[in-house]
Structures are given as structure tokens and as C-alpha cells.
Design a protein around this ligand. Structure first.
Ligand code: FAD
Length: 459
């Protein structure tokens, strides 16, 4: 009898890392040759096509993943097309013994994964999925009566009393590469902008990939964590971790981040308060993903359906453009929108302010803002993005009440008192060349509250 040398296939998706990758770890432990696979399947039915900034990140992160796999003896096979069909073709070609992947939580993606698992098992292939990208699987955190939480504080309390997140797994030392199969190059995926190449600001700001992600995490824990609680709301200070794209693409797992921060907390009293605040931000990421799991239409449908009757007026497209381009005449809003366009991220405090300004002062449907962020953020995330838009708009889970309209001028004087942040992104702000606001902040606030009365009556 000949030895069974059939390979194990690891299907990478939102987990572009070699370390703490349960699917890769299990494949390595089988001792079988390993075939590492990435499929660009964002044009599959129901799957939301990636935005431009996300595509840029993916290109570079895949390139880094291929190099990381090469270091441990494996090769990344890249394909493009509907995942089910691509996997069926690869299975026919390779006759693998096993297929492993780490879970994702969007509805279309789950549907695809369930179908793939069923057809692989039917073909006699071991098919297993693993929890890797959340600290707590959505179906494990439940209220006393077995329902999902809709309010953050009790949700996070329940998470903290659940079994603690497991320790990160080490990267496999050496893999046996599987048989060579045809694939595309990362370039063939056509992810980078060419005409025009607008990604200069992203290149200046980021180095995608697992190695750089670990350097960012180390730097944050060593230099900034102890001051996080005080600095996190000040956009002019580099006071937050900037790990959101790392988590979005899975260059880091939340387990790695959790243990790095919890370890610092246990070693150093000065970091303790900040660590609890920081970990609860990871908690919001969990809450957003659990909410997506329960509300698959999070990006398009109000969680609180009474908001369906909100009378969004029809505004001239130039108003939305002014917001997108950072030309509203409201300094903190313009600074945020320009930071976003240039760097692919925006400070959290400012994200809340620009979202409130769009949905309340400009009375533009939150979905238009969500779509713009989806296209321009490198951390654009199917859970965090719509969840937070609905939170600001008032229609979401544990949302800010609609009548809480951020005053962007008060926010600026409170959180950017010396104008460091605004001046960095809007250099013309105090030169006399800066326009008046496109809306009167007081009047537009009153109009928003009047519109909200319709929702209250519907509720
Ligand atoms: P830190 O303060 O260092 O926080 C650590 C991590 O916690 C973050 O990397 C992130 O993974 C998580 N986190 C922090 N705040 C939140 C939050 N409110 N909701 C969910 N997770 C959070 N975050 C995204 O990752 N992708 C998005 O598409 C996204 N869209 C947003 C849209 C709006 C309108 C708003 C108000 C917020 C949005 N956020 C989104 C949440 C938040 O602004 C970013 O996660 C944060 O600014 C990233 O910076 P950081 O990594 O330095 O955060």
C-alpha cells in the first residue's frame, strides 16, 4: 500500500497571517503537504465588492502573506472567481484529504462556506472551520434567556465572564509544500489603482503585512498604551493603536492583540486602566460582528425599523460631494474627510463627528456615508462600518439617541484645542481663505430634530 500523500488545503480569507492561524496550524499538524489558497471572490453573488482602499491594502497584504508562507516552505496559490466553483475545480485537480479555513461572519460568506463544507464532505474530504478572527464566537454569548445582546455594557460583561480568549498559536516552523497547481499572480488580481494612481497617501502612511503589523502592536504596547485612556480622544496626538486595518485583514488576530495588552497590564500598573479601556474597544469590535451575525443586512437595513420612515430630503449631490471632499467649511469635518482621503483612516472621534454632521446637519441618509467610508477606508469592515454608522444615525444597536447631535465646533475646541489636527489637514483654515459653513449649525440641528419627530411618531 502506498503512503497517503494527499495534501491539506488551507483557504485564506480575512486571516492574512502565518502566526496564530488555527486553520494553518491544524494543516501543519497533519504532517501532510499543505496547499495555501486565496480566492478573490468579492464578485460572487451577494458578496459586497471591496472598496478601492481595501483593494489596495489586500494587494500588499497578499504579497506579504506569500512571502511569509515562502519563509516556512509553502506557496500561496491565488485564484479569482466564485469561491464555490474555484474550490470545486481545485478539489478535482488535487484530490486533497482535507480543507481548512477560519470563519467569517457575513451572511453571503457563511452561505458559501456552508455549501463548500457540505460538498467537500460529500466528496469524502475532511472540511473544518475554526474560530480565529473573533475572541468570542457569536453563538456563545447570550443573555440569561438565550437571546443575543442588544446593549453593549451587559454584552461585554458577559464576554468578560466567559472563558478567556485562548493564547495565540505560534507560526508553523516548516511546512511541506503541496503539489504545484496553476494560479494567478497577485498582480493579476488587478487590485491596484492605475488610472489615476491615487494611492500615494496610502503608500506614505502604511506598510501592509504581518511583520509590520507586529511592529505596530509592539510599538503601541510599549509607547502609547499607558496613555491610551487620556489620549485616545485627541485626534492631534498619535494616541491610538492604528491596528484597525491589521485586524480587518487578519494580519493580527484579536487574540494576539488581547494577550499583548493584557500582558502589559499584568506587568505594569500604569497600563492597567488604559488596558481595560483598550480591551473594551476590542469589545466594540466583537459587538459589531455579533450584531452583523444577527442582522445580516446591517449595511442596508435599519436595526430599529421605525427609522425606515425617516424623511431624508432630496439634496443636491453637490452637498454630498462637499462632505466627501472635505469642503464643507466646518474645520473638524473637513480635516477628517481629508485625512480619510489621504491615509485611508480617520480618527475615531472625528469619524463620529463627520457621521453626525452628514446624517443630522446635512440630513443625508447614513447609507451614503457608509458607502463612502466603504470605498475609502483601508479598515472598511462589513461589521464595524455599518454598525458604527447606524450607531451615530440612531438606528443601530445600543445607538446614540438621534437627538444627540455632535456640535462639530464644540468638539473641535474640546478635542483639538490648539488646532493641531485641523491645521495638519486644512492648512488654509486660519489664513483667511477658508469658506463659511455650507449649513448653519444651529438651524440644521433644529431641522434634524423636527425630522426625527416623524420617527418618534412612527415608533
Ligand atoms: P483603537 O482606539 O486603538 O482601538 C483598537 C481597536 O478596537 C480598533 O483597531 C478596532 O478594531 C476596535 N475598535 C475601536 N473602536 C471601535 C468601534 N467604535 N467599533 C468597532 N471596533 C472598534 N472601525 C473599523 O475597524 N472599520 C470600519 O469600517 C469602521 N468604520 C467606522 C465608521 C464610523 C462612522 C465610526 C464612528 C467608527 C468606525 N470604526 C470602524 C470604528 C473606529 O473608528 C476604528 O476602529 C478606529 O478609529 C480605528 O483606530 P485604532 O485602530 O487606532 O483604534
Amino acid at each position: 500500500m502506498t503512503a497517503d500523500t494527499r495534501p491539506a488545503v488551507v483557504w485564506f480569507r480575512d486571516d492574512l497571517r502565518v502566526a496564530d492561524n488555527p486553520a494553518l496550524d491544524v494543516a501543519a499538524r497533519t504532517g501532510r503537504p499543505v496547499v495555501c489558497l486565496y480566492i478573490r471572490d468579492d464578485e460572487s453573488p451577494g458578496v459586497r465588492p471591496l472598496g478601492g482602499a481595501a483593494r489596495w491594502w489586500l494587494h500588499h497584504s497578499l504579497t506579504a502573506l506569500a512571502a511569509g508562507l515562502d519563509d516556512v516552505g509553502a506557496r500561496l496559490v491565488v485564484r479569482s472567481g466564485p469561491a464555490e466553483a474555484e474550490l470545486a475545480a481545485l478539489i478535482a485537480e488535487l484530490q486533497p484529504a482535507a480543507l481548512y479555513w477560519n470563519r467569517r461572519y457575513g451572511a453571503a460568506e457563511r452561505r458559501i462556506d456552508t455549501a463548500v463544507k457540505a460538498s467537500a464532505r460529500e466528496a469524502g474530504i475532511e472540511a473544518e472551520s475554526f474560530g480565529a478572527n473573533l475572541l468570542f464566537e457569536p453563538w456563545t454569548i447570550r443573555t440569561g434567556s438565550g437571546t443575543p445582546f442588544s446593549v453593549f455594557t451587559p454584552f461585554w460583561r458577559a464576554c468578560l465572564s466567559a472563558p478567556a480568549p485562548r493564547k495565540p498559536l505560534a507560526a508553523p516552523q516548516a511546512l511541506t509544500a503541496g503539489p504545484s497547481v496553476d494560479g494567478l499572480t497577485v498582480d493579476d488580481l488587478d487590485l491596484l489603482p492605475t488610472r489615476p494612481d491615487w494611492a500615494g497617501g496610502l503608500r506614505e502612511t502604511w506598510e501592509p503585512g504581518e511583520r509590520a503589523a507586529h511592529a505596530d502592536l509592539d510599538r503601541f504596547v510599549t509607547d502609547a498604551l499607558a496613555r491610551y485612556r487620556d489620549d485616545r480622544d485627541v485626534p492631534g496626538v498619535d494616541g491610538t493603536s492604528r491596528l484597525s486595518p491589521r485586524l480587518r485583514w487578519g494580519e493580527l488576530s484579536p487574540h494576539q492583540v488581547w494577550h499583548a495588552v493584557a500582558g502589559a497590564r499584568d506587568r505594569d500598573d500604569a497600563a492597567a486602566n488604559s488596558a481595560a479601556t483598550f480591551l473594551s474597544e476590542l469589545g466594540w469590535r466583537e459587538f459589531a460582528h455579533h450584531t452583523l451575525f444577527e442582522h445580516p443586512d446591517l449595511a442596508t437595513v435599519n436595526i430599529h425599523r421605525e427609522y425606515d420612515s425617516f424623511p431624508w430630503p432630496r439634496l443636491h449631490p453637490s452637498v454630498l460631494h462637499a462632505w466627501q471632499q472635505g469642503r464643507t467649511g466646518v474645520p473638524l469635518v473637513d480635516a477628517g474627510m481629508r485625512e480619510l482621503w489621504r491615509t485611508g483612516v480617520m480618527h475615531n472621534r472625528v469619524r463620529m463627528v463627520v457621521a453626525s454632521f452628514l446624517t443630522k446637519n446635512l440630513l443625508i441618509d447614513w447609507r451614503r456615508g457608509e458607502e463612502w467610508f466603504w470605498d475609502t477606508l483601508v479598515d472598511a469592515d462589513a461589521a464595524n462600518n455599518p454598525f458604527n454608522w447606524q450607531w451615530v444615525a440612531g438606528s443601530g444597536a445600543d445607538a446614540a439617541p438621534y437627538f444627540r447631535v455632535f456640535n462639530p465646533e464644540l468638539q473641535r475646541t474640546k478635542f483639538d484645542p490648539h488646532g493641531d489636527y485641523v491645521r495638519r489637514w486644512v492648512p488654509e483654515w486660519d489664513t483667511g481663505d477658508y469658506p463659511e459653513p455650507i449649513v448653519d449649525l444651529g438651524e440644521s440641528r433644529r431641522a434634524a430634530l423636527a425630522a426625527y419627530d416623524t420617527v418618534k411618531k412612527a415608533g
